[in-house]
Write a protein that binds this ligand. Structure first.
Ligand code: PEP
Length: 255
């Protein structure tokens, strides 16, 4: 079985005290995850070390960064490098979230640099792709996603691509309460797997986790995660509520 992952994306929310209370409440539920499952918490940079001290105490729980710089080091005021993340023991990082693409003009080319830096620094990256509504309305989503993958990921070797997790997040479903239908989700996940298979072969495509993101919540997680090509979710709003996110983690496939 591919790794099944429930990834929380707190974005720019919560104080340190609120975040710590949320984590403690989630962890107090004694959720048992096997080695093919993971709960990943992408928290704001200032909380990483504290959060890691909590996730380190729970089996198969991990702390992630929400972003990182596209440069190695140097005069980039305010930026945080991949090597800094590695130096504090962080194992996961989100790359290419649509909010970064939209608000901070992160292009596929910039994201390819981040992808390389994640590899160099031994971080597992959750690489986000997803189309805006105009592209979906024009029925061009398949080629749009294919281009995002080709331009940022497909320069990697077969060995390297195995370190990546892909998150499909239709932009029109993020934070809107709109969820893609099960058919839309499965169709796109199967498409992504096919595109990866065409480039790297079926065995590698079958080993890569593809998460869905876009208004996942306790009430719809089990249905979405049960789809054959869905391997968990990247969750914004609902990850800020302990009861919701606990139920989402518990909805991961377990065999
Ligand atoms: C996200 O931030 O990646 C996301 C999917 O947000 P939400 O779950 O709130 O739609």
């Amino acid at each position: 079985m591919r790794k099944q992952i429930a990834a929380a994306n707190w974005k720019m929310n919560l104080t340190l005290a609120e975040g710590t209370a949320l984590m403690n409440e989630i962890v107090s539920n004694d959720i048992t995850l096997n080695d093919k499952q993971a709960a990943v918490f992408a928290v704001p940079f200032p909380y990483l070390i504290n959060n890691k001290s909590i996730t380190d105490k729970a089996v198969n729980f991990f702390t992630a960064a929400q972003n990182c710089a596209a440069e190695k080091a140097g005069a980039y005021t305010g930026e945080v490098s991949m090597s800094m993340l590695e130096s504090i023991g962080i194992e996961y990082v989100i790359i290419g979230h649509s909010e970064r693409r939209d608000y901070y003009a992160e292009t596929n080319k910039v994201l390819a640099k981040k992808v390389n830096l994640a590899l160099e620094n031994n971080l597992k990256a959750i690489f986000c792709c997803g189309e805006p509504l105009s592209i979906r309305d024009a029925a061009e989503q398949n080629s749009y996603i294919e281009t995002q993958l080709k331009e940022s990921l497909f320069h990697l070797s077969e060995t390297q691509i195995k370190n990546f997790i892909i998150a499909y997040e239709p932009i029109w479903a993020i934070g809107t309460g709109l969820t893609a239908s099960s058919q839309q989700v499965q169709d796109m996940h199967a498409h992504i797997r096919k595109v990866v298979a065409n480039k790297y072969g079926q065995a590698i495509a079958d080993s890569i986790s593809i998460l869905y993101g876009g208004s996942v919540k306790a009430a719809n997680a089990a249905e979405i995660f049960s789809l054959p090509d869905v391997d968990g979710g990247l969750v914004g709003g609902a990850s800020l509520v302990a009861k919701e996110f606990v139920a989402i983690i518990k909805s991961l496939k377990n065999s």
